[in-house]
Every structure is written in C-alpha cells, then in structure tokens.
Design a protein around this ligand. Structure first.
Ligand code: COA
Length: 149
C-alpha cells in the first residue's frame, strides 16, 4: 500500500518488505562511499544491519529505478537511525517525503543524529526546519542531535 506518491516525479513510498533488503543496503552502501569520514564499509554495514533489524523501514520506489531511498524509524522513541536517498534522485523531494511518512507514523516530531562533517545533510535538515534542541548535550561520535518541526 502506497503511503505517499509523487505522480509527477514517478516515485511512491511504502513500507519495506523482506525482498527489499538488498536494494536498501545498496542505497546505503553507495551513499556511504560519499562519507569519507566514516569507518570501514564492513564495520558500517554490520552496524547498519544490527540497527535496522529493530526499526520500521519505509522505501521510496520508482518503476524503472526500483528502490531510490529509504528511512528507518524507531517508533517508540520517534528516532530516525537512517535516511538515505540515491544520489541520482536527490533534490526531488524524496527525503522530505520519507520523513513526512515517518512523522505521520509516530504522530510527534522526529529526532536523529547527524555527523558534524555531513554538511549536505545538515543543510537539507535546516531547509526542512529541523533544529538543535535546547536540551541537546554533546553526542557520541561527534554527531549533532536534531529535531523535526
Ligand atoms: C540528506 C538527504 C537524505 C536529502 O534527501 P533529498 O531527497 O535530496 O531531499 P529533498 O529533495 O526532499 O529536499 C528537502 C529539502 O532540503 C533541501 N536540500 C536537500 N539537499 C540539500 C543540500 N545538499 N543543500 C541544501 N539544501 C538541500 C531541498 O532544497 C529541500 O528544501 P525545500 O523543500 O525548501 O526546497 C540526501 O542528500 C542523502 O541521502 N544524503 C546522503 C545520506 C545522508 O547524509 N543521510 C543523512 C544521514 S543523517
């Protein structure tokens, strides 16, 4: 069942299914290559697989390209461990759409931690109205805590 669609751009968002797992990992691994500051790809993939097991996952899909982005969500805490959009599909509203779907699921503002070095993502969150909460202390691993509107 589609939770959101963008007919003009051709993508829609739905809950992930088991067979999506490989495509979701592919989006993650391709994006990881842009994050030179992160640890080895193997370590990151192990951590990714552990974290995503405990989360709900929503995918953005386009008929020809397949899975073009995903968000993972820890529903009880409204925490977003992952938000990744394929490089070829950025700036098309996919990231915003995935976050809107996640926020609808929990019915409260979302939170996440972003790497201090990740200027691209910080700019995107800022454009979407995310802010540093007043209560945010220093995050482990040099990350910044952000909360959604
Ligand atoms: C961050 C990311 C998820 C954004 O996804 P996206 O699909 O490109 O975002 P959208 O197209 O929905 O854009 C949402 C808003 O952010 C803005 N935005 C997106 N990327 C931006 C950038 N690099 N610089 C400035 N603004 C940006 C858009 O203009 C838009 O604002 P608007 O609605 O006012 O025009 C995507 O760049 C990505 O996957 N990056 C690599 C992985 C990553 O860093 N994930 C975050 C980990 S915490």
């Amino acid at each position: 069942m589609s939770l959101m669609s963008h007919p003009a751009a051709g993508w829609s968002i739905r809950r992930a299914k088991q067979p999506d797992r490989g495509a979701v990992e592919d989006v993650f691994v391709r994006s990881l290559r842009e994050m030179a500051w992160r640890r080895s790809q193997t370590d990151e993939l192990i951590r990714f697989r552990q974290t995503i097991l405990a989360a709900e996952v929503f995918v953005a899909e386009e008929a020809v390209a397949g899975i073009i982005g995903f968000v993972s969500l820890e529903g009880l805490t409204a925490y977003v461990p992952h938000l990744f959009v394929d490089e070829n599909w950025r700036l098309c509203g996919v990231g915003r759409g995935l976050l809107d779907v996640a926020r609808d699921q929990v019915g409260q503002p979302l939170k996440l931690d972003v790497d201090r070095q990740n200027a691209l993502a910080i700019n995107a969150y800022s454009a979407m109205g995310w802010t540093v909460p007043a209560t945010a202390g220093r995050r482990p691993g040099d990350q910044i805590r952000l909360v959604s509107p």
